[in-house]
Ligand binder design. Structure first.
Ligand code: C2E
Ligand code: MG
Ligand code: MG
Ligand code: MG
Length: 282
């Protein structure tokens, strides 16, 4: 009787689980398996000076190549990877791939600039990210300036003292740092000015409706002014139109990335892109 009720309750629960929750259950074990099987690819999106258009570097963006479902964007699995802690081994695979690719491109004589790598909360709080970075740099014999570490504003502000210590240690390795998705969280200005940060990344949400939306105009101006007055560079994400590029450039924004310039590319294609660039500029 009780057993039957339990079973019914269970069935009821299953039937009423949202599609979202079922997908999550399904995906957590498949995500773990995908990490074991190394099913992740790092794609690269170039970044440029808004002043003279020069190539400066690229952002590394992970994708999951699921044998059945095809290419899965990070927005569909990074949140789960963060909640489950799986982002720690996943992040190590990303750094390892970027390190290996950077070594190949440098051996070819290509100018790769800095490669921005996104690092999530659990990697800062529950793993030794500094030791991981040091190991990758040593293993691939890379100049530390090849890496730039991107951490969101929210992750830093959740535990500002720890965040500042980790950023300091990363900087001591010779690696630059950037605050990602700036403007979407709540930064304490008092903390911000004491952070060893090189760059602020203006979130795409504020770039989208430029140059027409009055509040996005106000926000992007304020972020550029704040960043510069604290001694940071400012890079805008998600530049899709010429009008956005022109507006941001006129407002003094230093750098940009977005579909207007280039989309994220698989490593092999990005290598070709770098080769083409080097014949253009040499
Ligand atoms: P993010 O770090 O803010 O990365 C920028 C996102 O904007 C990327 O999406 C990029 O493809 C997209 N983007 C760039 N230019 C444009 C544009 O002009 N228009 C539009 N509509 N989008 C543009 P993506 O690759 O889907 O990555 C989404 C997020 O997933 C990233 O946001 C980052 O938070 C996370 N992510 C990606 N790779 C990693 C990783 O290796 N580790 C961790 N922890 N998170 C990652
Ligand atoms: Mg980023
Ligand atoms: Mg961002
Ligand atoms: Mg973002």
């Amino acid at each position: 009787e009780a057993k039957g009720a339990g079973r019914n309750t269970y069935r009821f629960y299953q039937r009423n689980m949202t599609a979202e929750a079922q997908k999550r259950l399904h995906t957590e074990s498949s995500l773990r398996r995908a990490i074991d099987r190394k099913e992740f690819e790092v794609w690269y999106q170039p970044q440029f000076s808004l002043v003279d258009g020069a190539y400066l570097g690229a952002e590394a963006l992970v994708r999951w190549r699921d044998p059945e479902r095809g290419l899965i964007p990070p927005g569909d699995f990074i949140p789960l990877a963060e909640r489950s802690g799986l982002v720690i081994p996943l992040g190590e695979q990303v750094l390892e791939q970027v390190g290996a690719a950077a070594r190949r491109w440098l051996d070819e004589g290509l100018e790769i600039g800095r490669i921005g790598v996104n690092v999530a909360g659990p990697q800062i709080d529950r793993s030794d990210i500094v030791a991981t970075l040091r190991a990758v740099i040593e293993h691939w014999r890379l100049p530390p300036s090849v890496f730039e570490i991107e951490i969101t504003e929210t992750v830093i502000m959740e535990n500002p003292d720890h965040g500042r210590r980790v950023l300091n240690d990363i900087m001591a390795l010779g690696i630059t740092t950037a605050i990602d998705d700036f403007g979407t969280g709540y930064s304490s200005l008092a903390y911000l000015k004491r952070l060893p940060i090189g760059t602020i990344k203006l979130d795409r949400a504020f770039v989208n409706d430029l140059p027409d939306d009055p509040s996005d105009i106000a926000i992007s101006r304020a972020v550029i002014a704040l960043g510069h007055s604290l001694g940071f560079k400012v890079i805008a994400e998600g530049i899709e139109t010429e009008a956005q590029r022109r507006f941001l450039r006129e407002e003094g924004c230093d750098e940009g990335q977005g579909y207007l310039f280039a989309r994220p590319m698989p490593a092999a294609e990005f290598g070709q892109w770098l080769r083409a660039l080097s014949t253009l500029t040499s």
